[in-house]
Design a binder for this molecule. Structure first.
Ligand SMILES: [Zn+2]
Length: 54
């Protein structure tokens, strides 16, 4: 649960993950961006970046 500014109350969030590749010092690095949207109105709430180190 997180506060949604559009609904103006706490709502369940729906999360989606997106994989991206970026280059750091010439090396490819995978980064996962997890985005959270309100389950009710679909407003974007927040995103977090997850470094992926195999
Ligand atoms: Zn909402």
């Amino acid at each position: 649960m997180d506060y949604c500014p559009k609904c103006q109350k706490e709502q369940n969030l729906r999360s989606s993950e997106e994989e991206r590749e970026k280059k750091v010092k010439g090396k490819k690095k995978k980064v996962i961006i997890r985005s959270y949207h309100c389950e009710v109105c679909n407003t974007f709430i927040k995103s977090e970046k997850i470094d992926y180190n195999p």
